[in-house]
Design a protein around this ligand. Structure first.
Ligand code: F6R
Ligand code: ZN
Length: 201
């Protein structure tokens, strides 16, 4: 066996009230307090946080060596909920190695993947049961759960050496927001977002 080679293994997706892996290496829980500055309606964010540090999303990961050739994969579970008019969502990130892609497969629920490039090109794709979404290299990505009562559960896989860059998204968010208007999701421009040219000034 060559040095550094990992062993084959299998895990199972267990679909009950919650969807989980039978075996996993790591479980991340992201709460409202970790999303400071991410929601447009800061007053609504503070009011909700004062009541409860709600669990927004969870990730079950397989740990593999973070090197080219390996693949990292896991389950992302965004719970249903609203902050002001904005749905519960992941932080969102670019991959540190920009030229790395990611595939998502939707196992439960409904929502959107909000995506954009460093140049400001943007795209929003719907996710529903059995959707397979390809996020190309260079595209930042954020999952948004638009259901009022069901988790948005996706299986994801991406190259081992990708890394995560949260910084630029934390500063001003994505170009598009998904807001609940009259109980339905609407894609709107994010007033906090500036074009890459304006950001430099
Ligand atoms: C990995 C990836 C997903 C997300 C997960 C949580 O590259 O895109 O596993 O990490 O959906 O989202 P973030 O990482 O933005 O908090
Ligand atoms: Zn990613």
């Amino acid at each position: 066996m060559p040095e550094g080679t990992t062993q084959p293994f299998v895990t199972h997706v267990l679909k009950a009230e919650k969807i989980v892996f039978s075996e996993y290496d790591h479980h991340i829980q992201r709460r409202l307090s970790a999303m400071k500055g991410q929601y447009l309606d800061q007053a609504a964010y503070q009011a909700l946080l004062a009541r409860e540090d709600a669990l927004l999303y969870e990730v079950y990961e397989m740990r593999r060596p973070e090197v080219p050739g390996e693949l990292l994969f896991g389950l992302s579970i965004v719970h249903p909920g609203i902050v002001g008019q904005e749905y519960f969502m992941t932080k969102g990130h670019f991959h540190t190695v920009l030229e790395t892609a990611e595939v998502y497969y939707c196992l439960r629920g409904e929502g959107f993947m909000v995506m954009e490039t460093p140049e400001g090109e943007c795209k929003v794709e719907a996710l529903r049961l059995d959707s397979v979404l390809y996020v190309p290299p260079r595209w930042a990505h954020r999952s948004v759960n638009t259901s009022s009562d069901t988790d948005l559960v996706t299986f994801f896989v991406y190259p081992g050496h990708s890394g995560h860059d949260y910084g630029s998204i934390e500063q001003q968010g994505f170009r598009k927001l998904i807001l609940a208007r009259d109980g339905r999701p609407e894609i709107v421009d994010n007033p906090r977002w500036h074009s890459p040219e304006k950001r430099k000034k």
